[in-house]
Design a protein around this ligand. Structure first.
Ligand code: G4P
Length: 527
């Protein structure tokens, strides 16, 4: 019998979003370290520390035979279980990243204090906004020279159209750095020793005007802190947890992942403010985490995690119910239930081999390619999660004709084969290279041999600058025209003259469709 999970409110499933170099890796490692999931060697903590943490973590991976680093990192603290999902594709922003953000309940946005909001942060933020994912901001590297805190706060507010509430304040930065003051707890974390890092003992005060502060902060440092903090507390609204959870307000923590400032506060903030599992959009109705039976969805599929096995691992986010090893779940569209006998459960280190998982948790399900991204898994097969990008695998190639006098034959051949369903064909608005689309590599070989044998056309296939295609339409022709005019470089016609948008990545499709809400992007052709 299934019962609602007892552990709904103690899960915190989140991701870190940032621009490369802002400190995501360093912060991840520190979160795991402070959360007790990894143990750094005690000596020499400054440089090279990251590497040590990495290799420590890799040992765990080897023991378990899976690549934990790139997927799910779990730690337990203060009775809560934190599931940190890695957002892959640092440089090349991918649909993988987008999908991962569909599986979290909140995010931490890391910003470099010297750089502010950068391109990648912004893109990722927009994905979070699409789903109203609440965000805690961590302004990193305050131990170095950075931009004035007010400038950074205003930039977050203006560029992201978010309300901001500073939760802590840096006492100087760079060579003037004297610590981080917690504006709510009235505690001060100070740098110590030659490495100028935080050793874990924060000092408590009665408030900003406590005279004891004069003993620990230089006179100019304290004068500035008092002035700025007063202005900040008055100038920005108080922290409102509901506004944060609705994705309208971000609490801002200043810190240094490298020197351990603000990391414990960040974990505490996730524990106190960040939401547990949220209701998930689904048909026929949203799924509440309190629902008794098990439901979840696949947000990522990874091949060859364990070189000894050819299996793929499908990562399922559990949305409701208590998952138990061996349980039967039915994937949408496949009909047949599958018994999940050997799930990979991502345990915090101090949990001995548990056999259960709860809403918000991630389960790795080994399979031979049956499970696809976007699939719903459920005990009763009566629900389907929506709003998940489900991208059909597609290969697009440019057709290069070797003899230009054969253009007519080539067109006929491509049209014929499109008709038969061997391939799809697209004629770009700009340029003369026709593009074909297939689902599998084998179709390409079929196409080439038939071109030669049946149509006597000698052609080659080249990489196309596009990865996927969508048929576009709109109720009002003017909306479609406006879209097509702006995106002429990416527009093509199919065999029947229907307009098609060719995208560099499937993620691009999500991005433009968000920007052009009146245009419909169809992954299948509507006849
Ligand atoms: P990323 O994953 O977001 O790309 O960033 P990562 O953590 O790799 O950090 C990028 C660089 O910034 C690293 O330096 C890292 O040590 C440094 N860094 C991260 N957090 C802080 C901080 O709070 N203060 C200071 N001063 N530096 C920080 P690197 O020299 O590129 O790498 P490494 O040789 O130190 O590993």
């Amino acid at each position: 019998m299934t019962t609602p999970s007892d552990h709904i409110s103690d899960r915190r499933t989140f991701a870190i979003i940032s621009h490369p170099d802002a400190g995501k890796t360093t912060l991840t490692e520190k979160l795991l370290y402070f959360g007790g999931a990894i143990h750094l060697a005690g000596e020499v903590k400054a440089r090279g520390q990251n590497r040590r943490a990495r290799s420590d973590w890799m040992k765990i991976e080897q023991q378990r035979g899976i690549s934990v680093t790139s997927s799910v990192m779990t730690f337990e603290k203060d009775g809560l279980t934190f599931n940190l999902l890695d957002t892959p594709g640092h440089e090349d922003f991918s649909e993988d990243t987008y999908r991962t953000l569909t599986a979290v309940d909140s995010a931490v946005m890391v910003i470099d204090a010297a750089r502010g909001i950068e391109a990648q942060t912004r893109k990722l933020f927009e994905v979070c906004r699409l789903r109203s994912v609440p965000i805690i901001t961590f302004v990193n590297k305050v131990d170095r020279e950075g931009r004035p805190p007010f400038e950074l706060l205003d930039e977050i507010a203006d560029m992201l159209a978010l309300d901001v509430t500073p939760m802590s304040w840096p006492v100087g930065m760079g060579s003037d750095f004297e610590g981080v003051y917690d504006l709510h707890a009235n505690t001060l974390s100070q740098p110590e020793g030659p490495s100028r890092e935080f050793m874990g003992k924060a000092l408590s005060f009665t408030g900003m005007d406590d005279a004891a502060l004069e003993k620990v902060i230089s006179a100019p440092g304290l004068a500035t802190l008092r002035d700025e903090a007063e202005l900040a507390m008055g100038g920005y609204g108080a922290f409102d947890v509901e506004a944060y959870r609705a994705g309208d307000l971000t609490p801002v923590y200043f810190g240094s992942a490298l020197k351990d400032f603000g990391v414990a506060e960040l974990i505490a903030a996730l524990g106190t403010h960040a939401p547990g599992p949220r209701p998930q959009p689904a048909e026929p109705a949203p799924v509440l985490p309190s629902r008794a039976d098990v439901t979840g969805f696949i947000f990522k599929v990874q091949a060859n995690m364990d070189p000894n096995h050819r299996d793929r691992i499908a990562f399922m986010r559990l949305c409701s119910g208590t998952f138990k090893r061996g349980m039967k779940l039915t994937p949408t569209g496949h009909g047949k239930p599958i018994a999940v006998h050997s799930p990979i459960l991502f345990f915090a280190q101090n949990r001995e081999l548990a056999d259960e998982a709860f809403p918000g948790d991630i389960i790795g399900i080994p399979n031979h390619g049956t499970l696809r991204v976007g699939d719903t898994m459920s005990e009763r097969a009566d629900v389907r999660f929506t709003g998940l990008p489900n991208f059909a695998p597609e290969i697009l190639r440019r057709v290069a004709l070797k003899d230009p006098t054969k253009t007519k034959q080539l067109r006929k051949a491509l049209d014929d084969m499109a008709e038969e369903g061997v391939t799809q064909v697209f004629y770009p608005e700009i340029g003369s290279n026709w593009i074909i689309g297939v689902v599998g590599q084998l179709q390409l070989e079929v196409l080439l041999s038939r071109l030669e044998a049946e149509y006597k056309v000698d052609a080659g296939l080249e990489m196309a600058p596009f990865d996927t295609a969508r048929w576009v339409s709109a109720e009002n022709p003017a909306d479609l025209k406006a879209f097509m005019d702006v995106n002429r470089n990416a527009m093509a016609k199919d065999r029947d003259n229907n307009p098609v948008y060719l995208a560099k990545t499937a993620w691009d499709v999500g991005y433009v469709s968000d920007r052009y809400p009146k245009v419909k992007f169809a992954a299948t052709r509507e006849r």
